[in-house]
Design a protein around this ligand. Structure first.
Ligand SMILES: *Cc1c(COP(=O)(O)O)cnc(C)c1O
Length: 228
C-alpha cells in the first residue's frame, strides 16, 4: 500500500480538528480529494481503504478517462477552467462543477444538462483576489451571474468557489475567504434562497478557509505527497 491512505486520514483528522476548534460540527466540512494528474491506482486505493467516493479533476480528458476506469458509484467534481465546447463532456462525467466562471456559461450549462437528462450541481467561481492569472467572475459580475444561475431548471446552483493566491499570508487569506462568505450571504438575501456550499481552501490554506465558513476544502498535494 502507498502512503496515500495514511496521508488522507491525517488530513481528514486535521480538517475535523480545525472544524471543531472553530465551533463547527466535525462533519460539516467536506474534504474533497483533488486527484488531478494522479494514477487511477491511487484513487482506487482511497476508494478501497478509506471509503472515498468523491474525487475532483481539472481537465476534461483526464476526467472522462478516470470515470471510465473506476467504479460507477463515484461522484466526480470538476474544478478546472471551462471551455464552452467542453461543457457537454463535463456534464456527461461530473455531478458537481465548481468552476463556472462566465455569465454565458450558465444558460449553456443548463441547456446541455437538460438535453443530457442530468441535474449537475454547480458553483460560481469568483476571483476575489483579482489576480490576473486566476479564473473566475469579478465580484462586480456576480449579481448578473447569480440572476442567471437562479433561472436554471436542470443545473442546480449550490454556492460559490474561490482560489486564494499561493503566497497570501493569513491576514490576506482571511480577507479573501471572508469576502467570499459575504458574497454568498448577499446572494442569499437578494434572491431569497439558501446556498449551502462555499468551496474554498486547499493544502496550504484550508484551516483559514474552514474558520471563514468553507463547506468544501479541495486538497491534493497533502494527500498524494510522497506517493508518486
Ligand atoms: C489543484 C487544485 C486544488 C488542490 O490544490 P493542492 O494545493 O494540491 O491541495 C484545489 N483546487 C483547484 C481548483 C485546483 O486546481
Amino acid at each position: 500500500m502507498s502512503l496515500v491512505p495514511n496521508n488522507y486520514r491525517n488530513v481528514l483528522s486535521a480538517v475535523r480538528q480545525v472544524s471543531e476548534k472553530c465551533g463547527r460540527n466535525a462533519d460539516e466540512v467536506k474534504l474533497l480529494v483533488v486527484s488531478k494528474t494522479m494514477p487511477t491506482e491511487l484513487l482506487q486505493e482511497l476508494y478501497d481503504e478509506c471509503n472515498v467516493r468523491e474525487f475532483a479533476e481539472n481537465r476534461v480528458p483526464e476526467l472522462s478517462g478516470k470515470v471510465a476506469a473506476l467504479p460507477k458509484d463515484i461522484k466526480w467534481h470538476f474544478i478546472g477552467p471551462i471551455q464552452s465546447n467542453k461543457i457537454r463532456k463535463i456534464v456527461q462525467n461530473a455531478q458537481f462543477i465548481h468552476s463556472v466562471s462566465a455569465v454565458d456559461q450558465i444558460s449553456r450549462l443548463d441547456r446541455i444538462a437538460g438535453e443530457e437528462g442530468k441535474t449537475p450541481e454547480f458553483l460560481l467561481e469568483v476571483n476575489v483576489s483579482g489576480e490576473a492569472s486566476k479564473g473566475g467572475l469579478r465580484p462586480d459580475e456576480l449579481p448578473e451571474a447569480a440572476a442567471e444561475a437562479v433561472k436554471c431548471t436542470s443545473a442546480v446552483w449550490k454556492g460559490l468557489m474561490t482560489m486564494a493566491p499561493i503566497d497570501a499570508d493569513d491576514d490576506f487569506l482571511n480577507e479573501i475567504f471572508s469576502t467570499l462568505a459575504g458574497l454568498k450571504q448577499d446572494c442569499e438575501k437578494r434572491f431569497n434562497i439558501e446556498l449551502p456550499e462555499l468551496s474554498m481552501g486547499m493544502s496550504g490554506d484550508f484551516p483559514v478557509a474552514i474558520a471563514c465558513g468553507a463547506s468544501i476544502v479541495r486538497v491534493g498535494t497533502r494527500i498524494f505527497e510522497g506517493a508518486v
